[in-house]
Write a protein that binds this ligand. Sequence first.
Ligand SMILES: C[S@@+](CC[C@H](N)C(=O)[O-])C[C@H]1O[C@@H](n2cnc3c(N)ncnc32)[C@H](O)[C@@H]1O
Ligand code: SF4
Length: 353
Amino acid sequence: MNHSSIPSAVPADACNAAKIAERIRGIEQGLINNTLAVLVVEATSRCNLTCSFCGMHSKSLSTTDNSKNRKMTPPKMHIDLDLFKETVKKCQGIGKLKVLYLHGNGEPLLNPDIVKMVDIAKKADIAEQIILVTNGVLLSKQVFMDLVVAGITSIRVSLDIISPKKFREVKGADFAEIVLTNIDACINLMRSDHLPVTLTVLCADPKSEDKEIVEETLKIQEYFEEKINDMANVIIQYRKLFNWVDSIKRITDGGPYRRPVPCEQPFYLLMVHADGDVSMCCADAMKELIVGNIQQSDSIKSILMSSGLKARQRNLLKMNYNGILACECCEVYSIVDKSLFEKREELLKLLLI
Ligand SMILES: C[S@@+](CC[C@H](N)C(=O)[O-])C[C@H]1O[C@@H](n2cnc3c(N)ncnc32)[C@H](O)[C@@H]1O
Ligand code: SF4
């Protein structure tokens, strides 16, 4: 079976140290040259599920938050194809992206133009990889094939739950069997046609404290084990499911949590929302981290060079959250965050240039 874990022959610490050093070098180079490593373009902010852990579509998110006056329901829309083309054009001058992601806070396959978007990005050659994360409900064989032909590099399906009853409970609809059938059909196609794409099945971390979720992960492993053990390009990947819904509620209720080190994301990534607003975080569902708008900016480079973005980056390095709950209450950590914070004096100098 293929896992995304660190190869056992390489000591985890050595492997992480090299990875962290490389990522920090990349961030420094990006700040010096005003280049960007990752761009997320939100194909749509609509969704056909209501996952209980989702910071945008969970049914338990209240629509208003009077205590902090946050917009709890940003507009739900598909990105316009012309706006997507404009975004691709405005990528000039920021170097070749390492990754272009075509999902945001919604289900990208709901956008009828999604295949055209992959095609446009591929032809413009703006990214080394084009990746799409989907809940898999609409991932028919035809859609999968069309995406591959258009040039998608990798498709990640957030399966998480395999038991129909639990799927309904957590994801809000009876689609467990449809998603599994779709994944199986894609795997069969990859096996018969040797397609140049990676398919990743996402599930929860088996070390999670939620026993029922761990049980689902084990069932997913068991279900796929035999089917994919000879396929290098089908991967089961684990990730922590963060309780964004509760952390948003906790902090708006005046809870004590304050993130101890800033996040690395605003230093290498931008996200274009479906309406053209640009955030410095890919989970900015409540739009607290807007640093520009595609239509109002000459280019993405001008957003990267803007005093607004640089001031926000400086504030983060100084741990001034300035009441921005998206940063202050975020519990998503990467292996790089702490080391980046330790280099804050050097990074602050780069941000003054
Ligand atoms: C916001 S979704 C958008 C794409 C698509 N709708 C999906 O669910 O795959 C992108 C990824 O974020 C994950 N995600 C959503 N809420 C999360 C949370 N609270 N913790 C960790 N990952 C989460 C989803 O499971 C998915 O893998
Ligand atoms: S499918 Fe994706 S966008 Fe939709 S509710 Fe679930 S996590 Fe959120």
